[in-house]
Ligand binder design. Structure first.
Ligand SMILES: Nc1ncnc2c1ncn2[C@@H]1O[C@H](COP(=O)(O)OP(=O)(O)OP(=O)(O)O)[C@@H](O)[C@H]1O
Ligand SMILES: NCC(=O)N[C@@H]1O[C@H](COP(=O)([O-])[O-])[C@@H](O)[C@H]1O
Ligand SMILES: [Mg+2]
Length: 387
């Protein structure tokens, strides 16, 4: 059996650990704070600053894992190349984790090297450079710190007076130690999707049915599977996902994000790991959920096929304030409903907009996906977080 060092211990890691535990793997869960969701179900845990290379080296030497599974982006991923040389498998590969840690590396790879269609973009390292970059890509445009996720530090510039604010907001929301932003032309998309893509060591790459989602403040609110997408758009998205995952290398599940527009499909970004919008697969939409797929690919367990079994949706449960002891009301009301399930992640503290849980709904294939999604959204409102 294998030993897995999980770097990041949020809700996505927690489901991954549960999947790993079910087939007898050993997992050490790591994050920057104690009692993180995945730590609650792992064999052991470590609390470190994952941007500190020396700290990473220390715990890798201590635990001697077979696999390192990154669960977040803000990690000193440059160290991963060395761990690979030591014979440890970094998931999906050191390159994939390192390139996606920083929006610059992955965007230049996708747009310049692979020629994928993306929004027009520029980089800026100061408010002055941002002025110039905005003039070049045009207004409206979206500003994001090079290192951030879940919409942190992200804002849309609608008029020139927004530029200074956007710079400050990005500086505050940056997760890592890089003070640089990407400015992207605003893509006026009809819808956006995540294409879960599974690369395998000795078997062909597989695609899940597309997942639709809606975002607010750069963070997902509801997701649904299957999303209604034309055959042409699916083919285009799969082709792009195949190219970018091949370039990054390794085996595992990737969440590849696309915008669907009248002019075709735009590549946005990707996670070389389970995706938050992919939590919809916890509703039983597929034969294997995204965490089980990631695990199988990582362990080189063959995945014969991925089948779509149901229509499903997920809707987030967000905190509305700070608390060191959040409690939950309304769970019985949710539990009483048919074709409905939920997860409470067990995060020890809350802050405004922190994702604390998720409601899941499902119905038979062919059911109107909007109805299933609307239900998830309504049901999520039944749960109150007491601060
Ligand atoms: N260029 C753009 N044009 C229009 N909308 C955009 C653009 N870039 C981002 N968005 C919107 O903001 C959302 C979040 O952006 P993005 O995925 O780049 O951020 P993130 O912080 O990496 O999020 P996560 O880590 O949750 O994937 C997108 O899903 C989309 O709704
Ligand atoms: N879009 C990326 C994403 O959803 N990542 C998930 O959120 C956790 C951090 O949550 P927190 O900020 O509440 O600690 C991460 O650990 C991961 O599970
Ligand atoms: Mg995203």
């Amino acid at each position: 059996m294998s030993k897995i060092l999980l770097l990041g211990s949020g809700e996505l890691g927690k489901e991954f650990v549960i999947a790993a535990q079910r087939i007898g793997q050993t997992v050490i869960a790591v994050d920057s704070y104690e009692n993180a969701p995945a730590m609650q179900v792992a064999h052991g845990f470590e609390v470190i600053n994952m941007l500190d290379g020396a700290e990473l080296d220390r715990i890798v030497a201590k635990h001697q894992p077979d696999f390192i599974v990154p669960e977040i982006e803000a990690i000193r991923t440059e160290r991963f190349y060395d761990y690979e040389k030591q014979g440890i498998t970094v998931v999906p590969s050191a390159k994939a984790a390192n390139f996606t840690m920083n929006r610059k590396a992955i965007r230049d790879l996708a747009a310049k090297e692979l020629g994928l269609r993306t929004a027009n973009y520029r980089y800026a390292t100061s408010a002055e450079e941002l002025q110039k970059a905005v003039a070049e890509v045009g207004i409206p445009c979206v500003v994001k710190p090079l290192m951030s996720s879940s919409g942190k530090g992200q804002s849309t510039i609608k008029t020139e007076t927004d530029i200074e604010k956007a710079w400050q907001y990005a500086e505050e929301g940056s997760r890592g130690d890089i003070v640089e932003v990407i400015v992207e032309a605003f893509v006026n998309f009809n819808s956006e999707i995540t294409l879960l893509t599974v690369t395998q060591n000795n078997n062909p790459t597989l695609f899940c049915a597309p997942i639709g989602h809606r975002q607010e403040r750069g963070d997902y609110q509801e997701s649904w599977q299957p999303a209604i997408v034309s055959d042409k758009d699916i083919a285009e998205a799969q082709e792009m996902a195949r190219k970018v995952t091949e370039a990054l290398g390794g085996a595992g599940l990737f969440g590849v994000e696309f915008f669907l527009t009248d002019e075709g499909v735009y590549f946005s970004e990707l996670s070389p790991r389970p995706h938050d919008t992919g939590m919809v697969t916890l509703a039983g939409t597929q034969n294997f959920n995204e965490f089980e797929l990631h695990l199988r690919a990582v362990l080189s367990l063959p995945i014969f096929e991925i089948t779509l079994e149901k229509a499903g949706a997920s809707a987030v449960i967000l905190a509305h304030g700070n608390s060191n002891n959040p409690t939950y009301s309304g769970i019985s009301a949710v539990a009483a409903l048919p074709k409905t399930d939920f997860r409470i992640f067990g995060k020890p503290t809350s802050r405004p907009y922190r994702r604390m849980g998720v409601v899941l709904t499902h119905d038979s294939l062919g059911t109107n996906i909007e109805t299933v999604t609307e239900k998830a959204k309504e049901v999520a409102k039944l749960i109150t977080i007491n601060l």
